[in-house]
Write a protein that binds this ligand. Structure first.
Ligand code: AMP
Length: 142
């Protein structure tokens, strides 16, 4: 909702004012310099596959497999650790969208969904995201 409002605002303002307004939004909503927030609000480029009012889906810049896609909530949430009970529907929506994108990408033989959480969990971008990885045989975990 917030990101949609930000995008709409962007359409009615000249580019320099739009960028200024986006920066104010980011500061107000404590999003800082988050690259995924910038992709969500359109100020950073990405190969976007799907966008709705709750999530944005785009291809990973450094794919770990033939298909490597990220499902990202539009609202900034640092990681799974910051999820609240009220976010349960959003978290579920991320999985449903992942399934739909997997079908669109012809991953009918299967795929892997990963959510790295925190530094020891291998998280490098601190905006919650679900990795959708497929197109090759995955090794068993562990
Ligand atoms: P993680 O290590 O779980 O936090 O995953 C972060 C992922 O974001 C990595 O797979 C990166 O390759 C990917 N990534 C980082 N910056 C970008 C970007 N600008 N566009 C698309 N993917 C990105």
């Amino acid at each position: 909702m917030i990101s949609f409002a930000r995008q709409r605002l962007g359409r009615f303002l000249p580019p320099f004012l739009s960028r200024f307004a986006q920066s104010l939004f980011r500061i107000y909503y404590n999003m800082g310099d988050c690259i995924f927030c910038k992709i969500v609000d359109g100020t950073a480029k990405a190969d976007i596959l799907h966008r709705d009012e709750r999530v944005t889906v785009f291809r990973d810049l450094h794919p770990a497999a033939p298909t490597h896609i990220l499902i990202v909530p539009n609202r900034h949430i640092d990681s799974v650790d910051q999820l609240e009970e009220a976010d349960a529907s959003l978290a579920g929506h991320m999985f449903v969208v992942a399934k739909q994108i997997a079908a669109r990408e012809n991953l009918s033989d299967g795929y892997r969904l990963i959510v790295n959480t925190g530094p020891q969990g291998g998280q490098t971008v601190f905006h919650l995201h679900l990795h959708l990885i497929g197109g090759r045989q995955m090794r068993a975990m562990g």
